[in-house]
Design a protein. Structure first.
Length: 493
C-alpha cells in the first residue's frame, strides 16, 4: 500500500521538489498528542456506531496507545515523506495493526476535519497557557502596585511631564488593560471550543456517526454543525491571533516605559541583573533587553496577524491548500506572547523602584501646575481659562528665571502680581505633589484611597478570571480522563 492516501487515483509519484514544497510536518508535528487523542475518540465513536467490532477497536486503540507512549518518551519517528503528522500517526497505526484494522480508522473522517480538530485542541491548550501566564503577570504587577499607592512619580502625556501620579497608579493602569486582554482571550477560547470532527471533507458523511459523543470526549462545548462551515472556518484562528496581537501591543507599551524609566536620564527604576544584559565592549552597560525584545517581538506578532488574514482573504468555502499556511503565524504568536509574559513577570517581580528619584522628577518640571490652576478655581473662584492663563504665565516666567514651583515665595509673589492673595503655607500645601495626588480622588483617579479601591477591584476580577480558567482546565482534563477510561475498558475486553 502506498504511503499516500490518494495513491489509487495517480499513476505516477509526486516529484521530490513538490513533496518538499507541500510537506507541513515541521509545523503540524506539534499537534501529535492532539492527533492521537482525536483518533482515539474517533475510533470509540466508530465502535459506538457499529463500524468497528470489539477486536478492531482494541487493536486500533492498542497501537494508538503505543504511538502516544512513543511520543511521550521521544521515540516516535516522524517521516517527512509522509507529509504531515496525521499521515505519520495513521501509517504507524497501519504498520502496527495491519491494513485490515488500521485502515478502518479513517472512515467517516477527512483530513479536513481531522486537522481542524487537532488545531482547535492545540490552540485551546496554548491559550490556557497564555491566560495562566497573563494572570501571573497581572497578579505580580498588582502586588507591586499595592506597595506604592503613595509613591509619587510624574505622569506623562506627549512624553512630557503632565501631572503627578503614583507608581501604584501607573502599574495598576497596565493591569486594567490586561483584564480586557483576558476577556478577549476567554472569548476566543469559547469560540474555538467547538468540534468540527465528523464534518469530513465538506459535506458530512452517509455513514452513521455521533458527533455529539466525539465532541464531549474531546472536551468541546458544542458541535460546529454546518459541515461546509466547519471545514472552511479559520476565524477561530484569526480571533485568537487578534487577541494575542492586542495583548502583545499592550506588553510592548510596558516595555517602552521600562526602557525609558530604567535609563540614567530617568532613573525611576532598575531592572534586576537576571533580566538585563551587558555589552561586549562597554563594561558599564546594563541593557533592558527583556523590554526591548518585547517591543521588537510585538512587530513580529502584528506581522503574524497580517500574514494570517492575507492567507484567509481569498480562500473560498471548502478546503484549499492555501490553508496549510494558517498555522505558522499562530504558532509563532503563541510562542512569542507566552515568552514575553514569562519574562516580564520575572522582571516586574524583581524590579527596584526609586521613590526619591521619582519625587525629584515631579518637583523638577512644573508637574504640579494643574494643581495650582485648580486651586485658583476652587479656592479663589477664578474661571478655569483665566486660572490656566495665570499659571501659564507664571510657568513661563519661572522657566526664564530657571526656577521651579518649589520656590514658594516666588509663586506667592507672582500670584500677588495677578491680584491673587495667598500665604506661603497655603501655596506650599497646594503644590505638594503627594497632597495634590490625594486630592485627585475623582473616580478612577490617582488618590491613594481610590487607587487602592481600583487595585482591590482588579484583584477580585483576577480571582474570577482564575476561577474561570481553572474550570476550563478541569473540563479539558476530565474529557481526557474519560477518554483514557474508555480506552482502558476497550483494551481490557
Amino acid at each position: 500500500m502506498s504511503s499516500n492516501p490518494w495513491a489509487g487515483r495517480f499513476a505516477g509519484n509526486m516529484a521530490a521538489s513538490m513533496a518538499a514544497y507541500t510537506e507541513s510536518l515541521a509545523v503540524d508535528a506539534r499537534m501529535i498528542a492532539e492527533d492521537i487523542w482525536g483518533s482515539q475518540v474517533h475510533a470509540l465513536m466508530l465502535h459506538r456506531c457499529g463500524h468497528l467490532d470489539d477486536a478492531a477497536l482494541a487493536t486500533i486503540l492498542h497501537w494508538l496507545e503505543r504511538a502516544r507512549a512513543d511520543h511521550e518518551r521521544g521515540s516516535f519517528v516522524m517521516r517527512a515523506e509522509l507529509e504531515d503528522v496525521h499521515m505519520n500517526v495513521e501509517t504507524y497505526l497501519i504498520q502496527g495493526a495491519g491494513a485490515e484494522f488500521g485502515g478502518r480508522l479513517h472512515a467517516a473522517r477527512s483530513r479536513n476535519d481531522q486537522v481542524l480538530t487537532d488545531c482547535r485542541l492545540y490552540v485551546r491548550a496554548r491559550l490556557l497557557s497564555v491566560e495562566d501566564a497573563l494572570l501571573e503577570l497581572a497578579t505580580t504587577t498588582l502586588a507591586l502596585a499595592a506597595q506604592h499607592t503613595r509613591t509619587v512619580m510624574p505622569g506623562y502625556t506627549h512624553s512630557q511631564h503632565a501631572q503627578p501620579i503614583t507608581a501604584g497608579y501607573w502599574l495598576s493602569a497596565h493591569v486594567a488593560g490586561w483584564l480586557r486582554d483576558l476577556r478577549r482571550l476567554q472569548a476566543a477560547y469559547r469560540n474555538l471550543n467547538t468540534s468540527p470532527l465528523g464534518a469530513c471533507a465538506l459535506a458530512g458523511t452517509d455513514l452513521r456517526t455521533d458527533r455529539e459523543y466525539s465532541a464531549r470526549l474531546l472536551g468541546f462545548d458544542a458541535v460546529l454543525e454546518h459541515a461546509l462551515d466547519a471545514t472552511s472556518a479559520r476565524d477561530f484562528l484569526a480571533e485568537a491571533l487578534s487577541a494575542l496581537t492586542l495583548l502583545m501591543v499592550a506588553l510592548s507599551r510596558l516595555g517602552e516605559e521600562l526602557v525609558w524609566f530604567s535609563s540614567h536620564e530617568f532613573g525611576l527604576l532598575e531592572l534586576a541583573d537576571a533580566f538585563t544584559s551587558g555589552s561586549s565592549i562597554m563594561p558599564q552597560k546594563k541593557n533592558p533587553d527583556c523590554a526591548e525584545l518585547t517591543r521588537g517581538k510585538a512587530g513580529r506578532v502584528i506581522g503574524d496577524l497580517v500574514q494570517l488574514l492575507t492567507v484567509l482573504k481569498s480562500v473560498s468555502l471548502g478546503y484549499s491548500r492555501d490553508l496549510q499556511e494558517d498555522k505558522p503565524p499562530v504558532w509563532d504568536a503563541l510562542d512569542q506572547v507566552h515568552g514575553a509574559l514569562r519574562v516580564l513577570t520575572g522582571a516586574l517581580g524583581s524590579i527596584t523602584l526609586r521613590p526619591e528619584r521619582m519625587r525629584a522628577m515631579v518637583d523638577a518640571n512644573f508637574a504640579t501646575a494643574t494643581q495650582l490652576a485648580n486651586w485658583l478655581v476652587a479656592a479663589r473662584d477664578v474661571p478655569f481659562r483665566q486660572a490656566h492663563e495665570i499659571v501659564g504665565r507664571l510657568v513661563g516666567e519661572f522657566t526664564r528665571q530657571g526656577c521651579t514651583l518649589t520656590a514658594t515665595a516666588e509663586v506667592v509673589a507672582q500670584l500677588a502680581g495677578a491680584g491673587i492673595a495667598a500665604s506661603a503655607a497655603e501655596v506650599a500645601a497646594v503644590l505638594d505633589p503627594l497632597q495634590g495626588v490625594e486630592r485627585q480622588a475623582s473616580q478612577g483617579g490617582p488618590a491613594p484611597g481610590e487607587t487602592a479601591r481600583l487595585i482591590a477591584g482588579y484583584q477580585t476580577a483576577l480571582a474570577a478570571a482564575r476561577a474561570d480558567w481553572r474550570q476550563r482546565v478541569t473540563a479539558v482534563s476530565a474529557a481526557r480522563d474519560e477518554t483514557a477510561r474508555l480506552v482502558a475498558a476497550a483494551l481490557s475486553r
